[in-house]
Every structure is written in C-alpha cells, then in structure tokens.
Ligand binder design. Structure first.
Ligand code: SAH
Length: 248
C-alpha cells in the first residue's frame, strides 16, 4: 500500500513511523508512506498556504490551489506508475464520518490512499466539494491539526495489511473486529500477589478456553459498551447469555 499525506508540518510524522510495527512494515516494503509539504505546491514568493475567511471571522483558512495541485500531482504519478483505480482522497476533519475499525478495514483494501491534514480554521470548502472523496473524524473533539488524526488512521489501517502483524498477534480477535470488545488476557506468572489467572486458561482445553473467551467478550461488551451488542454477530447461545444477564 502507498499512503500519501499532505501536511504543513512534515516533521510531525518522523517519530511515529520510525518504531515498532510501522518501522517493520515500512522496512519490509509492505507499506510506503510519502509525506508531501503543501507549501511546496505554492508559487508565490512567500509560499502562502492560508488566507483570511471571506465574510470575516477569526483565524485563517487553507487555500484551495496548493491542495488541488498537490493531490493532482500525486494522482498523476500514481496513474503513470501503477495504473491504480480509484484513489480515496481523505480529508481529516472533526466534521467527517466517525473513524471505526470497520472504516479501517475498508481503507486497508485500497492500494493507495491520499490524506489531507487541515490546520488553523480548516480548509476552503471547495476542497471538500470538488477534490475530497471522503471526510474522516477521529472523535468528537477538535485538534489543532489533522496530523495526529492522520497518524491514528494510518496506524489502524497499516496493522491490518497482510503480513504486518506477523504471527505473534492477530487483528481478528481485537476489540471491535468481531463487534465485541476483546476478552481479558493474562501472562506469566500464574499467580501474582495472590491474584490467580482464571483456571480455565491453564487447562489446555482449547474448546473450553474459546468458549470462556467468547463469553467474557460478550460480558465485557455488555458491561462497558452495551450499544455495541445490537450490531454484534452473536450466536443463539450468546444472545441467550445476554438476555439472562439483562434479567439478573
Ligand atoms: N474550524 C474547524 C476545526 C479546525 S481544526 C471546525 O470547526 O470544523 C484544524 C484542523 O485539525 C482541521 O482542519 C482538521 O484537519 C484537524 N482536526 C481537528 N479535529 C479533528 C478531528 N476530530 N478529527 C480529524 N481531524 C481533526
């Protein structure tokens, strides 16, 4: 996968992409991340990327032209090189659809992504109307720029790419992957300060363990995020468990 990120602050991407899973994915050529400075697509002497709001009001707005030029230039290089199909052009914005594990899966299926990080009061509306194909928010709060949001989105997407997590971890059991929160997990020692690991996990009985984990995932989801259960894919037995728990 090739990920292109448009930003006014390229240095913000240095450290998150240089450690752990990310570094491995980049070194292993499973993903390539290109950071583009929006300022490089300006033509005036001062490299102006922002301007005042029409109609008045505090704060500056990112201008359309450098963003259009940057995206068009990236798109044409993608087409020339690899004949890729539709490339999502995603604006990070608190007004976008709320990011979720499902959206991460959806994005992980593309060979290319283009992400635009806003700054200041945001970007000129014509970027949204005529350039962007998707708008994503990472939560109902306002950040000072789209960079941290882009890092969150890219992190969640990259760990889903085949080969990235390796055999030591699986994205399939993760919280939200199944529509449920993940079950509790323990590692050695079996007893720590007198607190013992649940017996079943030491039993070696894989069927029992799988059953316990599934029940725990249902229980935990019910306690912490009951609204998730409506959409979760539960078997009859699990639905019954939820009903019983509701009664008790
Ligand atoms: N005035 C804008 C907010 C601008 S915040 C508004 O009220 O909608 C500056 C930039 O930070 C935005 O352009 C966006 O790129 C980024 N940003 C802020 N909060 C975000 C969030 N929750 N999710 C994704 N991007 C966000």
């Amino acid at each position: 996968m090739q990920i292109n990120i448009l930003t006014l602050f390229p240095q913000m991407f240095d450290s998150p992409f240089s450690a752990s899973i990310f570094k491995r994915a980049i070194d292993g050529k499973l993903v390539r991340v290109n950071i583009h400075n929006i300022r490089d697509y300006t033509h005036d002497k001062h490299h102006t990327v922002d301007d005042y709001t029409y109609g008045g009001g505090a704060g500056m707005i990112l201008k359309s032209d450098p963003i259009f030029e940057a995206v068009e230039s990236i798109k044409s290089s993608i087409r020339l090189k690899e004949g890729a199909g539709v490339v999502p052009v995603i604006l990070l914005t608190p007004q976008g659809r709320l990011f979720s594990q499902q959206i991460a899966w959806e994005l992980s299926r593309h060979s290319h992504l283009i992400l635009i990080c806003g700054r200041y009061e945001g970007v000129d509306e014509r970027v949204l109307e005529h350039l962007v194909t998707d708008e994503i928010s990472i939560g109902d709060y306002v950040l000072s720029g789209g960079e941290l949001a882009a890092i969150v989105v890219v992190d969640a997407v990259v760990r889903l790419l085949p080969g990235v997590l390796g055999s030591e971890a699986s994205a399939l059991d993760d919280s939200h992957a199944t529509g449920l929160l993940e079950y509790p997990q323990y590692t050695r020692p079996a007893v720590y300060r007198g607190w013992a690991v649940p017996e079943v996990l030491l039993s070696g009985n894989h069927a029992q363990i799988a059953k316990w984990r599934r029940e725990q995932a249902v229980l935990r989801t019910m306690k912490r995020r009951p609204e998730l259960l409506d959409k979760a894919n539960l078997c009859l037995e699990e639905r019954q468990l939820v009903e019983d728990l509701k009664q008790s």
